[in-house]
Design a protein around this ligand. Structure first.
Ligand SMILES: [Fe+2]
Ligand SMILES: [Fe+2]
Length: 318
């Protein structure tokens, strides 16, 4: 078991009746600048569980995520103007800042992946069709709903990954490990912001559902189809290789298996979003966050420490 017992300072205050400070009730989210300098020859194409197809899924996800993040950034920027609560406004700025750096860092990794036989150009072309000619042209209320839907999807993924930390240590690729762990930490940190913006400005259940299904289905179908094409792109003879087809059920299980698979085991969490009184914080990840922040950013041993340039808190503005 890789998890140490996390600090539970906030929870212990709840149990002892000590009042929570405003910051503890609504944590301020820092924006962290990172620098990875990915080297194509050192990227492990079997980073995820030493499995080629499932790893190709995450490499493809890295491409499609950047388009989802750009939609989140544009939508959050547009709607920030209509928010009156300075604290929520500040949190939206943190969301925008974190997503902007995710998108930039993943693009750098995607550029490096393009040099080791990942069809990055084709996937970017596909993603542009879906986003530039589809999602990005929707009316703002629908984009607001999509933003909340996308952020729910990444929150589920983040909780799964934080709950299965061992998956990051199957490979020696320290930079891929760091980028995914950093990204998942921050997705969990800001998981309630898009939802709170949606509820504050819309609070329309039908609209929330209207953004949930297209976001989920498009992301899952697109990325899963894409993940099958990667090994064939790298080696077309895989199509007639018995070994390749034998690997398919195993890889499918890693992603969709009900017991431990990324999406199979999280179906309940995914569809909990359909509950009318759902809130992202109903799924408590505070212990994971406390543990991750303490260990990943430890000045000497932290997985993220070699890549962290600086962090800052955006100003509180009315
Ligand atoms: Fe992100
Ligand atoms: Fe996010």
């Amino acid at each position: 078991m890789l998890f140490a017992k996390p600090v539970k300072s906030i929870l212990s205050k709840v149990f002892t009746g000590s009042p929570l400070s405003l910051e503890e009730q609504t944590p301020i989210i820092p924006i962290r600048h990172m620098k990875f300098d990915f080297e194509p020859e050192k990227l492990d194409p079997k980073f995820y569980r030493n499995a080629e197809l499932a790893s190709a899924y995450f490499a493809s996800l890295s491409i499609f995520l950047t388009y989802g993040e750009d939609l989140v950034i544009d939508t959050a920027r547009y709607h920030r103007e209509f928010i009156k609560d300075p604290l929520l406004k500040q949190r939206v700025t943190s969301l925008i800042g974190q997503e902007a750096i995710h998108s930039k860092m993943h693009e750098e990794m995607n550029d490096a992946y393009a040099e080791i036989d990942l069809p990055v150009k084709i996937f970017r072309y596909l993603a542009e069709i879906v986003f530039d000619y589809g999602f990005n042209r929707l009316p703002q209320p629908m984009k607001l709903s999509l933003m909340a839907g996308i952020e729910h999807f990444t929150a589920v993924l983040a909780e799964y990954m934080m709950n299965h930390q061992e998956i990051f240590f199957d490979s020696q690729d320290e930079k891929q490990r760091a980028i995914w762990m950093w990204h998942m930490l921050e997705e969990s940190e800001h998981k309630d912001i898009a939802y709170d913006v949606f509820q504050t400005l819309s609070n329309n259940y039908a609209l929330r559902m209207a953004g949930f299904f297209p976001a989920l289905i498009t992301i899952l179908v697109l990325i899963y189809v894409a993940s099958f094409t990667v090994p064939l792109y790298r080696k077309p003879s895989n199509i007639i290789s018995l070994k390749y087809w034998k690997d398919v059920p195993y890889n499918f299980g890693l992603l969709f298996g009900f017991k431990d698979g990324v999406y199979g085991s999280t179906l309940k969490h995914i569809f909990d979003y359909m509950r009318p009184d759902f809130h992202p914080n109903d799924h408590d990840t505070s212990d994971f966050l406390a543990y991750y922040k303490e260990t990943l950013l430890h000045p000497e041993t932290g997985v993220l420490t070699p890549y962290l340039v600086k962090e800052f808190i955006p100003a509180l503005r009315s």
